[in-house]
Design a protein around this ligand. Structure first.
Ligand code: R1P
Ligand code: URA
Length: 261
């Protein structure tokens, strides 16, 4: 069956998918796959399929913002995807996790408009516990692997990259207007970072019976208290993106092997 917006056929889709905002990041991730094929590049949605460690998986870009990303998540699940990991970027709420860190999102604060049109206020946007566990373990594993960095049990690292685990905030606005975004409250309540699509991913996955998790590379500070000059194109951010990609690929392969066992 043809998915009308992504322009992919369900017959071509594996059960496992990595999703990310940027089509260029999808292409970068696809280069780590074997027997890779590009299925479609429709609007902001670029879809590749290939194998990682023998596991057939897809890599798909969803663009910026929850409404557009929701179209991608819905069509992927309709096409047969059952496990999704978002590999994104986010602004940090804490100097403990500066640019170049990565965060595994356990749940997302729903400040977006999209999920309000799907479920009532108060319904939680939570990650799948198995996907989250696989991401945390892979983050520790990739950290102690290729570049041999030590991994502290309470503050896991990947290479030189600090890894946080906790709540993220999903916003609709990237640039502020005249309304104040309550960053200070989110931060005081313990949220680690803000981005723009994770709540949609978690709510849609919960509604449709799929499982999802997310990892984000920190590219600056989300709140104006900490905001320095925003530059998502530094070497530290590129390193964190590389680490989160390796982590997500490893986690997805582990989940697939667990499913087969
Ligand atoms: O890097 P990606 O995956 O696009 O994620 C973040 O970056 C975009 C904003 O620059 C938003 O999509 C936000 O969620
Ligand atoms: O939504 C986003 C993504 C990256 N960095 C931010 O500060 N916000």
């Amino acid at each position: 069956m043809l998915m009308p917006i992504l322009q992919i056929h369900s017959e071509d889709m594996p059960a496992y998918a990595i999703v990310c905002g940027d089509p260029a990041r999808a292409e970068k991730i696809s280069r780590k796959l074997e027997q890779v094929r590009e299925l479609a590049f429709s609007r902001e949605y670029r879809t590749f399929v290939g194998q990682f460690e023998g596991v057939q998986m897809a890599v798909v870009s969803h663009g910026v913002g929850s409404p557009g990303a929701a179209v991608c998540f819905e069509e992927l699940i309709r096409a047969g995807v059952t496990t999704l990991i978002r590999v994104g970027t986010a602004g940090s709420y804490t100097a403990d996790y500066p640019a170049g860190s990565v965060i595994v999102s356990t749940a997302a604060v729903r400040t977006d408009g999209l999920t309000r049109q799907l479920v009532p206020d108060g319904f939680p946007a939570v990650a799948d516990i198995g996907v989250t566990q696989a991401l945390i373990e892979a983050a520790r594993g990739t950290g102690s692997g290729t570049d041999g960095a030590s991994v502290a049990s309470d503050a896991p690292t990947t290479g030189a990259t600090k890894v946080g685990v906790g709540i993220t905030v999903t916003l609709d606005a990237f640039f502020t207007g005249v309304e104040e975004i309550p960053h200070r409250k989110y931060k005081q309540a313990g949220a680690l970072a803000a981005e723009m699509e994770i709540a949609a991913l978690y709510i849609i996955s919960t509604l449709r019976g799929a499982r999802a998790g997310a990892i984000v590379a920190i590219d600056g500070f989300a709140d104006s208290d900490l905001a320095a000059e925003y530059d998502p194109h530094t070497g530290a951010v590129a390193n964190a993106v590389e680490q989160e990609i390796n982590t997500a690929l490893q986690a997805l392969a582990t989940l697939a092997r667990q499913d087969q066992a």
